[in-house]
Write a new protein. Structure first.
Length: 241
């Protein structure tokens, strides 16, 4: 997710609000960093310094896909500073053992470096899985999009290496949301095969205070940050107060 992902959402801002959109590491114009993994302590220090710079004590957050995982860890680091969340097809509500294998283990990193150098064998394997109905056509297209292009497959790998220590504790998240009454709004594409909305539903069922969370489905896939989504948010009064 780069800083232009929420370009269509500026029109939703109230006079007292400011939208600060940043590049995740390995996205947009973010500078390269140590790919051994960003620690939670480092991330907390960065955010606190940034809040001090802005002159704010509390804030709300929105995020898409991988950014969701970063937001969930941020809530766990200091829930007392978070007012509300708006999450679009967020990652982080289920441990992805495959990505953890690729980013956390030496064998996994060696395997993915091979995919980066010679992706065709991996893409052929994905095609065979689709042929035998193991992998959906939509997800196969997603794989081809991200792995078929060298720049994109390097970006995917680098991003997961940077954030490989971000494995949100959902029990802590539940406690933080309920203790500090942090509202959370989920917006998913109904046809999303990359991150399914059932993950959010299962988390919502854990909450004692059901009014804290809402889930909305749009007639879309995983690509959801569009002008029509901003319009849906405005029409349904889902924007931050």
């Amino acid at each position: 997710m780069d800083r232009f992902a929420f370009e269509d959402f500026h029109s939703l801002l109230e006079p007292h609000q400011k939208l600060v959109s940043v590049d995740l590491f390995s996205h947009g114009n973010s500078k390269p960093r140590d790919f051994n993994g960003l620690s939670k302590t480092e991330w907390k220090g960065m955010l606190l310094a940034f809040l001090t710079h802005l002159g704010h004590e509390r804030f709300s957050m929105m995020a898409y896909s991988l950014g969701g995982k970063v937001v969930l860890e941020t809530v766990n680091l200091f829930p007392e500073k978070v007012e509300s969340l708006l999450l679009f097809s967020p990652d982080g509500f289920k441990r992805n053992r495959f990505y953890e294998f690729l980013s956390l283990s030496a064998l996994g990193r060696w395997t993915y470096r091979g995919v980066i150098r010679k992706p065709q064998a991996f893409l052929n394997f994905a095609d065979r899985l689709t042929k035998y109905n193991v992998l959906s056509l939509r997800l196969n297209k997603f794989v081809h999009y991200h792995v078929g292009d060298k720049t994109r497959r390097e970006q995917v790998y680098d991003a997961h290496r940077v954030y490989r220590h971000f494995l949100p504790d959902l029990n802590a998240l539940q406690r933080g949301l309920e203790k500090h009454e942090i509202s959370i709004t989920f917006i998913f594409g109904e046809h999303d095969r990359v991150i399914h909305h059932s993950l959010a539903q299962r988390f919502m069922e854990r909450l004692s205070n059901k009014s804290l969370a809402t889930l909305h489905l749009l007639n879309k896939g995983h690509v959801i940050l569009e002008a029509s989504t901003a319009s849906f948010i405005k029409e349904n009064n889902l924007w931050f107060k």
